[in-house]
Design a protein around this ligand. Structure first.
Ligand code: IMP
Length: 179
């Protein structure tokens, strides 16, 4: 097995600071909209740490739900074929939904999810909050309203992001390489 090598791209402290700013931006946006509360939908599994930190920085009330998808393909390559593994079980009609995702890469996952949410759940509004955005890899017309960091085309792990289900527990976001 190859030895993994890691290079810190975003430190725990940088992430913490930006997540606090995002929490304020999101709270400000929805309180101007006079939303009473929002439904935050975490996309499993990659968003679980980010979501846990983000919701504690919101000053508006929120309900937390999870949806789970799998994209076929292993390692660092996404195939573009998405499968819904776990759906939302509560009604979302008349709700303002905020989808929380770890990273937008090609955009296939969020394209699929937005289409599914609109078609099957008909919320009042849907917005996306992505911790990371890799716009150079985009194949679908997807734009997150709230973005933590825009990064170059590097494969990263940590803070919930994985490589074949490993390294999610790392506190920093690190570039993953095999030597
Ligand atoms: P997309 O469908 O290509 O936009 O990819 C979205 C999903 O691919 C994310 O939710 C991640 O699970 C995974 N992904 C994309 N880039 C990375 C990365 O750099 N590290 C870890 N996972 C990634």
């Amino acid at each position: 097995m190859n030895t993994p090598e890691f290079e810190v791209l975003l430190s725990e402290a940088e992430i913490k600071k930006r997540v606090a700013e995002l929490g304020a931006e999101i709270s400000n946006h929805y309180s101007q909209d006079k939303s009473r509360h929002i439904v935050v939908i975490g996309v499993l599994k990659g968003s679980f740490i980010f979501l846990a930190d983000l919701v504690r920085r919101l000053t508006i009330e929120c309900e937390i739900e999870f949806i789970e998808v799998a994209s076929y393909g292993a390692g660092t390559k996404s195939s573009g074929q998405i499968k819904l593994l776990r759906d939302i079980a509560v009604p979302l009609e008349d709700e303002d939904v905020l989808v929380v995702e770890d990273i937008v890469d090609t955009g296939h996952t969020l394209y699929y999810l937005l289409e599914h949410l609109q078609r099957s759940h008909r919320p009042r509004s849907v917005a996306i909050c992505a911790l990371l955005d890799k716009p150079s890899r985009r194949l679908r017309d997807i734009k997150a309203q709230f973005v933590g960091f825009t990064i170059e085309d590097r494969f990263v792990v940590g803070y919930g992001l994985d490589y074949n289900n490993r390294f999610r527990e790392k506190k920093d976001i690190v570039v993953y390489k095999e030597s």
